[in-house]
Design a binder for this molecule. Structure first.
Ligand SMILES: CSCC[C@H](NC=O)C(=O)N[C@@H](CC(C)C)C(=O)N[C@@H](Cc1ccccc1)C(=O)O
Length: 658
């Protein structure tokens, strides 16, 4: 069915993608992660490669079927730390540049992460899970006779968040901070108590560290209240630096030691607020919002070596970028088209790293190329240069669908809605094609000008694929995203229909063969749409929320969703929960509908899918439920499950296509 020259499933195993480049302090060398997928084990493999800034010297640091990541250069650039499972479980390693040798620093039972070098390069600060004895009640039943085969002990749960999507059932314990010498030895635990510590970083004096922790009495029921703390690692003295209600994150001290930059917002307890950049004067503890004139969310902050500006990551109109802001709040865009090593849908992502002199390395995508390594010199007129072309041969031999951007005026108000159309390989505009509207989740995130194997596989099957950023999406400023706070779904539905109308008007879409799908928040909007219109011939509702009342009581983020996405608890305002639930519209549905969800999805649990499936069946609607084995919320995590997702969706639509 798919032309052999078109990009298809098995080509995924030939793709190689760049991620998390880390540039050395002198700017001469970049270590980057190279991601690919192993056809035999159905999983992602990650190795480390080294390349010079001029692209001339390029060689592997590691190879094989183990995973490597979290690269962090020492400030002197003579060594770098990384984590790997090369010897079994995930441990912390150091690679010495001069001798080209590696040593494992740790032999823990739990994985270390969040690595940060001391300013003199002698110690590493990191986080690690520390288990705690369960306080849950035990029943005290008799011991089984020797040799008897009794059932195993019951699981007893006493936490509000007792399972996490992708992580399984939560163990008793907390993430704590440790230091260890770069030459190995015993690690020293710096933090204690029943709190989750994160975002560790060093002060230039080497005596203080910064971190975030939510020290609310019952942090589980009070999510989003991370505050910035400073700790003297010699005396143990701790000081809380941020004072207002958080969340505040990623504190970084300027190299001259005068300021602390961090991200966050003063919480208004709604689904979306703009994440801003804060600047604290370390002497008088005065705080200002540095990004007051900046309209997008700020993340991944890095001080420039001269302490005069801060680099950051942001998304703008579906494009992930690097910005730079000076201490007066003047910002510029430094690099564009950052992208991740995802094989799923075109969500944002990507990372950058900046050297002491201001040379930049970043992971770069376009709508037609997976993530490659790009660099940018420090001079203001420098142009980005691609250092890798890992997929050139593959993409020369396999045709992908062309991706075109469009904008449409909202039929509701003054908003403009951005979207993209993928036309199948060998597209002929004089013909008529079936069309699939593919809707993103989040809902506070964005699709964009990014290569998406998942959507390309669908286009290779002869469909025009349309994806958009309806209101609620990020990267268009706070008003656009916050429109759906306590109001989701609502006019985002109209935005989706406006985009559909726009594409139909282009003339190459068969109006009798329109299909609709989306996952998670996109599943919400798909189920919502078929409750409002019969214009789609068939639908696939993937991993949806169908009933907000049951969702907020079964999802892994129960305290968060019930507090931030609704004004009251479900039993306080059941009518509010029902009003925004697709189940409230199921009585209108006539569209044949497939449901498709991971068996171990703890974000949008299978019970949501089951409710909708039964409601459709009870009405005699053609419905089918696909339960993906070995999958949580991220179905595209394993290549075979991504293929299944695309295969089930397109086969369902093929069944109803004229
Ligand atoms: C602070 S938690 C916010 C919810 C989270 N947002 C991330 O984008 C999320 O999981 N959203 C779900 C819907 C919600 C449970 C009703 C969602 O739509 N997920 C999307 C986006 C996503 C992409 C990658 C990883 C996580 C989420 C999806 O699965 O496509």
């Amino acid at each position: 069915q798919v032309d052999e020259n078109h990009f298809d499933y098995m080509d995924l195993f030939d793709l190689q993608m760049v991620s998390n480049p880390e540039i050395s302090p002198d700017g001469n060398t970049i270590i980057y992660e190279r991601h690919q997928f192993d056809v035999m084990t159905d999983r992602r493999l990650v190795n480390l490669w080294q390349i010079s800034f001029d692209g001339k010297d390029h060689y592997p640091i590691t190879s094989g079927t183990k995973n490597y990541g979290n690269v962090s250069w020492s400030p002197q650039g003579d060594k770098f730390a990384f984590t790997s499972n090369q010897d079994g479980s995930n441990q912390l390693y150091v690679y010495w540049v001069k001798s080209k040798t590696t040593a494992a620093l740790t032999n823990f039972t739990e994985s270390p992460g969040n690595i940060s070098w001391s300013p003199d390069g002698s110690q590493l600060l990191f986080s690690k899970f520390v288990s705690e004895l369960s306080k849950a009640v035990k029943p005290g039943i008799p011991a089984p006779p020797t040799g008897a085969q009794w059932e195993k002990e019951a699981d007893v749960i006493d936490k509000a968040v007792y399972r996490r999507d992708g992580g399984g059932y939560v163990q008793d314990g907390y993430s704590h901070l440790f230091i260890i010498s770069a030459e190995g030895g015993t690690a020293r635990q710096l933090t204690s108590g029943s709190h989750q510590y994160g975002s560790p970083s060093w002060a230039p004096d080497g005596k203080h560290i910064l971190y975030t922790v939510n020290k609310s009495k019952n942090a589980e029921l009070d999510p989003n209240n991370e505050q910035i703390f400073q700790q003297n690692i010699i005396t143990g003295e701790v000081e809380q630096l941020s004072k207002e209600r958080g969340p505040f994150n990623s504190p970084k001290i300027s190299p001259d030691g005068k300021y602390i930059a961090y991200t966050g917002f003063k919480d208004r307890f709604v689904g979306y607020q703009l994440t801003q950049l804060y600047l604290m004067d370390r002497d008088n503890k005065q705080v200002e919002v540095l990004s007051n004139n900046f309209t997008q969310d700020i993340s991944s902050i890095t001080w420039s070596k001269d302490s005069k500006s801060i680099y950051f990551r942001f998304d703008e109109e579906g494009n992930s970028k690097v910005g730079n802001i000076d201490l007066k709040g003047n910002s510029t865009t430094v690099a564009e088209n950052l992208g991740s090593a995802s094989i799923g849908r075109p969500y944002g992502g990507g990372s950058y790293s900046v050297s002491d002199k201001g040379n930049l390395a970043f992971s770069h995508v376009t709508t037609s190329t997976p993530s490659e390594l790009a660099v940018l010199g420090r001079k203001s007129n420098s142009q980005p240069k691609l250092l890798t072309s890992l997929n050139e041969n593959l993409l020369k031999s396999k045709k992908t669908g062309n991706v075109e951007e469009f904008w449409v005026d909202s039929s509701v108000d003054g908003f403009k809605v951005q979207g993209w159309i993928i036309t199948p390989p060998n597209f002929d505009p004089s013909k008529k094609y079936p069309m699939i509207l593919e809707i993103h989740g989040g809902p506070y995130t964005n699709y964009g000008s990014r290569f998406s194997p998942e959507l390309q596989f669908i286009a290779s099957r002869g469909y025009v694929v349309v994806y958009t950023n309806p209101r609620g999406s990020t990267s268009y400023g706070e008003d656009f995203a916050a429109y759906i706070n306590h109001n989701y779904p609502s006019e985002d539905y109209n935005d989706l229909m406006d985009a559909t109308e726009y594409v139909v008007d282009q003339g190459y879409v068969d109006e009798n063969n329109l299909f609709i799908t989306g996952g998670s928040g996109g599943g919400v909007l798909t189920a919502w749409s078929i409750g409002k219109t019969d214009r789609f011939k068939a639908a696939v509702v993937a991993k949806p929320v169908i009933n907000w009342y049951s969702f907020v009581l079964t999802a892994d983020g129960s305290p968060f969703f019930s507090k931030y996405w609704f004004k009251d608890k479900p039993w306080e305002s059941p009518e509010d929960y029902l009003k925004y639930s697709p189940i409230s519209l199921v009585g209108n549905v006539k569209t044949p509908t497939m449901l498709l969800t991971g068996q171990e999805d703890y974000r949008t649990p299978m019970s949501e899918t089951e409710q909708y499936y039964s409601a459709l069946k009870l009405q005699g609607i053609d419905a089918v439920m696909v339960r993906i084995a070995g999958s949580g919320h991220g179905i595209a995590g394993k290549p075979s499950n991504l293929f299944r997702k695309v295969g089930y969706i397109t086969n369902w639509f093929n069944k109803y296509k004229d």
